[in-house]
Design a protein around this ligand. Structure first.
Ligand SMILES: O=C(O)/C=C/c1cccc(O)c1
Length: 486
């Protein structure tokens, strides 16, 4: 069998990469060891930048129906008094969506799988285990075993995306190793279903307590998630019994009777901080948990995998379609790694504020954490200033390298609806007929700023060329952009 792109792993990163490549007409085969969506509790949050990726796939409405805007993050002391609060807007912000959103990962995976089933160029196969990879200058050979029949086959691919999670075989096959960013903690993860109103603030509650750090958040209409740090020797099995679990969740459930609280899952997870030393070898790339592991304390682990997919997919589609040089693939790791590293560091910092003991822990919670109060601590992609795929900005406040706002346009649609994952030229002025023709011929889409105050304020310089992933490639005079880039 021969395919342009083989995706190993049908988690959120693999499914999103397949959907983005499929949207661009690229043939993909997605293989997963499991035969269906993995039902265990995992990610519960994504931010508005990541929501935009789902929006570009046409899934914003369906995701809205399966998610719940959240009001932000609170760090609490052991008596549940607020030490610091980071508010998120539940309405449409700069990116056109709520800034923080809660959901259940299996719901998102079902949504992405249903979407893939509508794309003719994408095939998803379960019970298919990749057992070996070998590559030369012309392509990659993957050995695949059917886990039900035992049948073996070889798949030949132009490119392989390793989206196969923390224990990635693809990572091992390319000889990449995980650097340990020094965070390993065992936590208990508890999902509870109830129709009772718990009457809690609708955000993430994180209790800073070295004796029993905890997290609580509502993730759906009737679904709630708790996480508790396990003490040495404790196991998840001890908390499967409601009487043992109840004292832990009782500060939030109050007098809701036990009969109204259904324990859906109790599992142990080890929260880790790791980043792969290399994310690429030739025609093989690592995405998502195969490339990085982020402790969950800022809700950025899963979203990082979707960001990886959004960064790489259009570059790969361009190279396969012959419109971009192979060299653009080198920008995937250099563009994504600094952001991932910064998010891991931030998550570790919050984890330490929640769990550190001794004088250091006390000092952080008494002095450092309250000073964060009201500050904007967000997960925004930093400006890509040094990438070969971003023109060097001519002045400090240039939008080059930043994400273009998903602004409302005159006809009520938003920037992303019109750009549709293609190169886009946004312009404050009215282009001439010749300029329009040049934009059309290049395959880019023209987005006039029209009466959008947001776009005019943001553009300043007249025009911007925006990449399919929403990053501004260059900004300046329209004539110059057309001359140099299209
Ligand atoms: O900072 C936010 O908006 C969300 C943080 C978050 C989300 C999910 C789980 C967490 O432990 C933190």
């Amino acid at each position: 069998m021969k395919v342009p792109v083989l995706i190993v792993g049908a988690g959120p990163a693999g499914l999103t990469a397949a959907a983005l490549l499929g949207r661009d007409g690229v043939g993909c085969l997605v293989l997963d060891r499991q035969d269906a969506v993995y039902p265990r509790p995992r990610a519960v949050h994504l931010d508005d930048e990541v929501y935009r990726i789902l929006g570009r796939l046409g899934l914003a409405g369906s995701f809205a129906a399966r998610s719940r805007p959240c009001h932000g993050l609170r760090l609490l002391d052991p008596d549940l008094r607020v030490l610091a609060e980071f508010r998120r807007s539940p309405g449409a912000g700069r990116h056109g969506y709520p800034e923080a959103n809660m959901f259940d990962q299996p719901d998102l995976e079902h949504l992405l799988r249903e979407h893939l089933a509508t794309i003719g160029t994408v095939t998803l196969r379960g019970n298919a285990e990749v057992t070996g990879l070998a590559q030369d200058a012309t392509g990659v050979r993957a050995e695949v075993t059917d886990r039900v029949t035992g049948a073996r086959e070889t798949v030949h691919a132009d490119y392989v995306l390793g989206c196969d999670g923390a224990n990635s075989l693809v990572r091992t096959a390319i000889g990449a190793t995980m650097a340990d960013l020094k965070f390993d903690q065992r936590w208990l993860v508890v999902d509870v279903a109830t129709t009772a109103d718990l009457g809690q603030w609708e955000g993430v509650h994180q209790v800073c307590d070295p004796r029993r750090a905890a997290t609580y958040m509502r993730i759906g209409e009737t679904r709630h998630r708790w996480e508790f740090r396990l003490r040495p020797g404790e196991t998840a099995a001890e908390f499967g019994d409601f009487d043992r679990l109840h004292p832990l969740i009782e500060p939030w459930t109050g007098d809701v009777p036990a009969a109204e609280l259904e324990i859906v899952r109790v599992a142990e997870y080890t929260f880790r901080a790791r980043i792969a030393d290399r994310w690429r070898d030739g025609r093989v790339f690592l995405l998502g948990d195969a490339a990085h592991l982020t402790p969950p304390f800022i809700g950025q682990g899963m979203g990082a995998g979707l960001r990886d997919a959004a960064n790489l997919a259009w570059k790969l589609a361009g190279v396969l379609g012959g419109t971009l040089p192979e060299s653009v693939l080198g920008t995937y790791e250099t563009e994504r790694k600094p952001h991932v590293r910064a998010m891991i560091r931030r998550a570790v910092l919050v984890g330490k504020a929640m769990t550190a003991g001794g004088r250091f822990g006390t000092l952080v919670r008494r002095v450092a954490v309250p000073r964060l109060n009201g500050r904007v601590i967000d997960s925004a992609t930093p400006a890509l200033r040094r990438s070969a795929l971003v023109a060097r900005p001519r002045f400090r406040r240039s939008p080059a390298g930043r994400l273009c706002p998903n602004a409302l346009l005159d006809d009520g649609t938003r920037f992303d609806d019109v750009a549709g994952g293609r190169f886009a030229v946004v312009t404050a002025s009215t282009p001439s007929e010749t300029e329009r023709a040049a934009i059309r011929q290049s395959g880019a889409v023209l987005v006039p700023a029209g009466r959008s105050r947001e776009l005019h304020r943001w553009l300043r310089t007249g025009a911007a060329l925006v990449r399919p992933d929403g990053t501004v490639l260059c900004a300046g005079r329209l004539s110059r952009i057309l001359r140099r880039f299209l």
